[in-house]
Design a protein around this ligand. Structure first.
Ligand code: HPA
Ligand code: MG
Length: 220
């Protein structure tokens, strides 16, 4: 059976806010819920299994898990919790080290040309010869990940894999597809589960579509 690489989320199946718990301060700012928190958690558990199944069963398996901040932090935290519980096929646990890359490329709901990094060359030297797993919240145009991969390759890691919780189905995509994807989503601006709109909504557990009211209330 040919199993799709991700769950295809469509706008035909949106959940009403009335059916879930949403912080009162965001009630007017989101249109509907696209992916409830419980489904995200179940999907993260499965992605962790797939990631571990692909790790070579060597004597001392190890992985450097790189969180792309800030949006990736919740997915990263939940994914690492799952990875810690898992073992390779011959029963070896995987030594994890955790790294953080801070990247910024959005203004309101628009991707900017420039991708700003705040990580030093000294920190990146550590990646040489390591097996990296980059953890991102969303692939939209694909440009940010392209820049990250370009920059990291200079530091000669042994291997680089990428997982993104979301991939957006947009005509602005450069065609980049990560190794492990949670959900493919429609071309709408989404927030929650650490994804933000000008730093707001990171404290919402579900992934939701922002409303016009929300866009205006938190515009810069
Ligand atoms: N929401 C939040 N951050 C993003 C998005 C989005 O839809 N696309 C790219 N970064
Ligand atoms: Mg991001």
């Amino acid at each position: 059976m040919n199993v799709a690489k991700w769950i295809d989320v469509t706008t035909e199946k949106l959940y009403s806010l009335d059916h879930f718990v949403v912080p009162q301060h965001y009630e007017r700012d989101i249109e509907s819920i696209l992916i409830p928190h419980g489904i995200i958690m179940d999907r993260v558990e499965k992605l962790a299994r797939q990631i571990v199944a692909d790790i070579p069963d060597v004597e001392e398996p190890s992985l450097v898990v790189c969180c792309v901040l800030k949006g990736g932090h919740q997915f990263f935290a939940d994914l690492v919790n799952q990875l810690k519980k898992l073992q390779t096929s011959s029963g070896r646990s995987i030594q994890l080290s955790l790294e953080f890359l801070k990247v910024k490329s959005y203004h309101n709901d628009t991707s900017t040309k420039e991708v700003k990094f705040s990580v030093t060359n000294n920190e990146l030297m550590y990646y040489k010869g390591k097996n990296l797993l980059i953890v991102e919240d969303i692939i939209d145009t694909g440009r940010t990940m392209e820049k990250i991969l370009e920059r990291l390759s200079e530091y000669e890691p042994a291997s680089v894999k990428v997982t993104s919780l979301l991939i957006k189905k947009t005509s602005h995509s450069n065609g980049y597809i990560p190794d492990y994807v949670g959900f493919a989503i429609p071309d709408a601006f989404v927030v929650g589960y650490a994804l933000d709109y000008n730093e707001h909504f990171r404290d919402l557990d579900h992934i939701a579509v922002i409303s016009e009211h929300g866009k205006q209330a938190y515009a810069l």
